[in-house]
Design a protein around this ligand. Structure first.
Ligand code: SF4
Ligand code: SF4
Length: 100
């Protein structure tokens, strides 16, 4: 196999002199958080919440926060995937469009 057809992109980047620690796509960290681009956000009905913590368990980005009588969401890091609303056994979580 010729070098030109090497299967690993990292190989070609190295051949081109790109340093190992330089991301070729985005060379600077972005300060953007999911709260900046999210389309939907969860809201919790505090009367329905029984603090079972299922939303906390399933949230893929660990943005569910425990409060004295209910669970709520860190809207800076919540990406609006809706998994918490799907999994809440009490149907206490509703996803609403960000514009509202
Ligand atoms: S899954 Fe629903 S009922 Fe359970 S803690 Fe979360 S919001 Fe409350
Ligand atoms: S919408 Fe997704 S990211 Fe946001 S709290 Fe629910 S599970 Fe977590």
């Amino acid at each position: 196999m010729s070098d030109r057809h090497h299967p690993y992109p990292a190989y070609h980047l190295k051949q081109a002199g790109v340093p190992d620690d330089l991301c070729p796509v985005a060379t600077e960290l972005s300060p953007m958080r999911p709260g900046d681009w999210r389309s939907f956000r969860p809201i919790v009905d505090r009367d329905k919440c029984v603090k079972c913590a299922v939303c906390w368990l399933y949230c893929p980005v660990q943005c569910v926060e425990e409060h004295a009588a209910w669970f709520d969401f860190n809207l800076q890091t919540c990406k609006g995937c809706g998994i918490c609303a799907q999994e809440c056994p009490q149907r206490a979580i509703t996803m609403i469009p960000e514009a509202q």
